[in-house]
Design a binder for this molecule. Sequence first.
Ligand SMILES: [Zn+2]
Ligand SMILES: [Zn+2]
Length: 501
Amino acid sequence: MKLSKFPLFKTGVKKNTNLNLKSQVTASKNDCSLFSRLYIATSANRPNDLGEFFSHENQEYPPSISVMGKLRTSDSKSDLTKYLSNLSEECTADSVPIVQAKILDGAVIEHMLKPGTSVTFGDYISNIFLNYVRKESATVNRLDLVFDRYLENSLKNGTRQKRGEGSRIRVTLSTKVPKGWENFLRHADNKTALFELLAESISNSNIPGKTFFATLEDSVVSSPFGADSSSMAPCNHEEADTRLFVHLADAVAHGCEKVTIRTCDTGVLVIAVSCIQQLPQLQELWVHFGMGKHSKFLAAHEIAIVLGPEKSESLLGFHAFTGCDTVSYFKGIGKLTAVNAWLKYPGATDGFKALQDGTVVQAMGNLEVFVVSTYTRTASCETVNECRRVLFTKSDRQLKSIPPTRNALEQHAKRASIQSQVWRQSLERKQNFPDSADFGWKICEEGWEPVWRTIPVASEACEALIKCSCRKGCVPARCKCLKNGLKCCELCKCTCRLCTP
Ligand SMILES: [Zn+2]
Ligand SMILES: [Zn+2]
């Protein structure tokens, strides 16, 4: 199954949880010795092609987008939410928009509704969960509850997805609610079991005049029983983030013109803004964002108008490329810096669109210019490799604070492409996308791992750094230097120093 090949799972993708200080020190030592060797080589009149040098990464993992082999993470996602929400008028909790349907992300509901004094899960459901559902549905005709799925064999080929931390407990109506709700929710199996109980209870709720839908694995249960769910199930989405929109499409097809989606995820807001053009009958799409007192209603339909059709549509490519759960952030480049660079360089829109279409090669030219403009406002480079050279030599930047090489950037763009392709199919009941192995990922023992580069690092690739290990005199058949038409230098093991090609 294609779907299972995508490392979408937050738990499936190896994250930068433990920064390995030791390996960071090793990496910077390697950098130092690389530059020392380069100095020695050039003092021996070796050819010295700095352009070539800066087109290769110095380290095994590009420090601009990776932390020792893991995706580089950031918390600047909320800056994008803020930026988008400032584009429109927002409602606060006092002025709730009037809609016909509400679609809720199940995970938000579970985290928000704490068990309080409930003794058993049965108590929790009847006293807390169903009360909430009754309250939420008082002003609407339809309410949908959408859950994440945790597929058992989602990462095949010998990889095992961690089922999460925390301890696994049996979850039935008569089970006592454990102490430590967040800890209980940390285990995927616990969540799945609770999802099932909630879905069943909502399908048995039978409130006159109201229609309820809840996802249960790949299917949908409803109240009243047997309500038409043919356009929502079976569904192959793994994450609620995208599956919410399958339910949105169905609600719109059944005549809802104003809908609210409840979430805590910037990704959902981004998808909402980008998909509106595909749902012309939908007049208002509200994203009820966040929990508690600070939750807000954001008008996705207004944001889409202010951004305009082109930018709204390519917002998915933008969000993926500038960093999300499955794509690295660029070191020091937050979402706001990225938005400002986009506003100044409209050509980036075509790049983001090409990513969403899966045509990465066509996207690269525009994306390079965009990346350069996020790193520098003064240097006028067209390519990232040139920009690396200029920023390193003229601006005294650290290696991790210059852009990745063109080669590493292309792998990054591929990961952004597959993620935005998945988001783009949010309205489809069955998502269909290419193999991640063709889009910047490779499978290894512990799961999916990013492909960081497809060409050698500088120390292996640069002619200036070639050295031989001939101890008994250099002969053309064996000597690496002679083979490459180079004079030996101090870096060589040989003692002749006189060998000439
Ligand atoms: Zn030699
Ligand atoms: Zn040599």
